[in-house]
Design a protein around this ligand. Structure first.
Ligand code: ATP
Length: 423
């Protein structure tokens, strides 16, 4: 069978890499892909991003199944368009994707269905929003309603920071339309984890657990980013927390969507905050796999991924099982100079080592130059993954892989996995 993966990041490279290992697969197309997917002989890049053109490509190239990586095409209705054209695709519809594309939608949904999350209120008027936070006090969290690529959230430790964030979004138009409404949330304390599952409208198949590192600098300092590294499994998700997250968050979300008349299909990602008592709260939903969580999770997947995806499209996730390498996988993101504010493009990348049984490099913001060399073309450039029997082993291996790679201005954290190692 031929498979189409939509997207161009490290997540899509890892998804396509794992899919290509299935004996059932003839061709894997990646649209638009990156230098890593271009250099991998098992993958074929396709320079298309327009939804109608993607559907036409899928039809003309006998694509049996399409998998969507990023949120933007989902929020733009790629799943609805493919289904209308009679094409098989794994992802949520535009309506269901609002769980990610509108924080107000997600919060109202969670409140309606009794899913644990921080208390909140939504505002379009800056003066009312300011009065609300003044009454509530800091710390408090200000979020742009719409998609903002991880940059629409301000965790305000003081009232003046909270007021400034409100003014930036509602008066200064800093986030554009995404910030024309703001959700103001109570501040939650605890440890975060990424809880990602596959959903077929009714049944749920959990993926391996993981934890990412959103801040740019060691010790979780510096600005928020798309993610600087991740590892799987996440020991903070004990069997008890796992059971609770399924029972209190994931299953009620899937049942709630069905009850509302919009069965959820695709990957569903609950960003959890787990408090000291082991109670998980939903910080956010994403309607897709995480990046960089996908890279270590795919490194551990031992099932034939195409069988899981097929079951996801056919409503048969209750009939398959996901198998995982018992080792820990840990991914370190190598980011461009100037990331996250103003990533500098163009640096030539050297030293990417060949894949081994316990180390690999996934590409993200890379492109091929005229001479066929990989060059930096985006903020997060590569993700070096190591596997090992412990988090410390996986970490050591990941940094061995990362340290072979060189490009001007490369930024990376040196402490990915520190919470698990410190346990
Ligand atoms: P992403 O890039 O993950 O899609 P996002 O823009 O959707 O990010 P959130 O995940 O909602 O934003 O928040 C980003 C980060 O801000 C969280 O990972 C968490 O660290 C922090 N955060 C969000 N909400 C809260 C909260 N209520 N209490 C404490 N911290 C929070």
């Amino acid at each position: 069978m031929n498979i189409l993966v939509i997207g161009s990041g490290g997540r899509e490279h890892a998804l396509a890499w794992r899919i290509a290992q299935s004996p059932r697969v003839a061709k894997v197309f990646v649209a638009p892909g990156n230098a890593g997917t271009a250099l991998d002989a098992r993958l074929t890049n396709v320079a298309i991003t327009d939804i109608a053109e993607l559907a036409a490509f899928a039809r003309e190239n006998d694509v049996a199944l399409t998998v969507v990586g990023p949120e933007a095409p989902l929020a733009a209705g790629v799943v609805d368009a493919f289904r209308a054209a009679g094409l098989r695709i794994f992802g949520p519809t535009q309506y269901c994707a609002q769980l990610e594309s509108s924080k107000d939608f997600a919060k109202a949904f969670m409140q309606r269905h009794g899913i644990p999350t921080a208390g909140y209120q939504t505002f379009t008027d800056a003066a009312e929003a300011r009065d609300y936070v003044t009454a509530k006090g800091a710390p408090i969290v200000i979020k742009a309603d719409g998609l903002a690529a991880g940059k629409g959230v301000v965790v305000a430790m003081t009232l003046s920071e909270a007021h400034a964030a409100i003014d930036d979004m509602l008066l200064g138009n800093k986030m554009g339309d995404a910030g024309a409404r703001v959700v103001i949330e109570d501040f939650l304390e605890g440890e975060e984890a990424s809880f990602i599952v596959m959903v077929d409208g009714e049944h749920v198949l959990p993926m391996a657990t993981s934890q990412d590192h959103k801040r740019l600098l060691d010790g979780d300092k510096g600005p928020n980013t798309g993610g600087m590294g991740a590892y799987s499994p996440a020991p903070v998700v004990t069997p008890e927390v796992h059971e609770r997250a399924m029972r209190e968050i994931i299953l009620p979300t899937v049942a709630g969507m069905k009850k509302d008349g919009y069965a959820y299909t695709g990957f569903l990602y609950a960003g959890l905050m787990i408090d000291k008592q082991g109670q998980p709260y939903t910080i956010e939903f994403n309607c897709r796999f995480g990046d960089p969580e996908t890279q270590p999770i795919m490194a551990r997947m031992q099932s034939d991924f195409t069988e899981l995806l097929d079951a996801g499209v056919d409503g048969k996730l209750d009939q398959v099982e996901a198998k995982w390498d018992s080792r820990v996988a840990l991914g370190v993101v190598l980011a461009a100079a100037g990331y996250p504010d103003a990533p500098q493009k163009g640096a030539v990348i050297s030293g990417i080592p060949a894949e081994t049984a316990d180390g690999m490099v996934f590409h993200a913001g890379t492109a091929e130059d005229a001479e066929g060399r990989a060059v930096v073309s985006g903020g997060r450039v590569l993700c070096a993954v190591g596997l090992g029997d412990t988090v410390a082993d996986a970490q050591a291996r990941a940094y061995q892989v990362a340290d072979q790679v060189a490009f001007d201005g490369c930024q990376l954290r040196r402490d990915i996995g520190y919470r698990a190692i410190g346990r």
